[in-house]
Design a protein around this ligand. Structure first.
Ligand code: SF4
Ligand code: SF4
Length: 135
């Protein structure tokens, strides 16, 4: 059996495609949607926990990729280098889980590690590269 958290990146033309319906019907996979969000660049992001036999899981992932949807498996931790963060707020609009948010009192950007799913969307978006992937 395989159980993984994955991020699906949908190009705008595929946002309405009922991909999870096919994962259940054709590949016997069980899923739990952890987050779904349309990004500012109109890319759709869906964070899923996907569960099934090794064979079904691999076939299901292959099917998703064949549709033109990028699949990212969540296996690495993301941390913030506090000395580099300028609290510019760019990451707040990008983070799909609310792990990065602005404290209304101080106007500082807070990183809540407990809410972070390691999707890495903030990593290339952060101008001073304060968000870092830990291997
Ligand atoms: S984008 Fe980077 S520098 Fe800006 S608030 Fe987020 S972590 Fe800090
Ligand atoms: S990796 Fe970055 S964008 Fe993704 S959940 Fe964690 S803080 Fe948010």
């Amino acid at each position: 059996m395989k159980k993984n958290r994955i991020v699906l990146h949908f190009p705008p033309r595929l946002i309405d495609k009922p991909i999870t319906y096919y994962l259940v019907k054709d590949y016997n996979l069980v899923f739990n949607i952890l987050q779904a969000k349309i990004m500012p660049n109109e890319e759709g992001i869906m964070v899923l926990e996907l569960n099934g036999s090794d064979k079904d899981y691999d076939k299901g992932i292959k099917f998703i990729r064949e549709q033109g949807i990028k699949v990212q498996e969540l296996t690495r931790d993301v941390k913030r280098n506090e000395s580099k963060c300028t609290h510019c707020g760019v990451c707040v609009a990008i983070c799909p889980t609310g792990a990065l948010y602005t404290d209304q009192k101080t106007s500082k950007v807070i990183f809540d590690n407990a809410k972070c799913i390691g999707c890495e969307l903030c990593v290339p978006a952060c101008p001073p590269r304060a968000m870092e992937v830990k291997f």
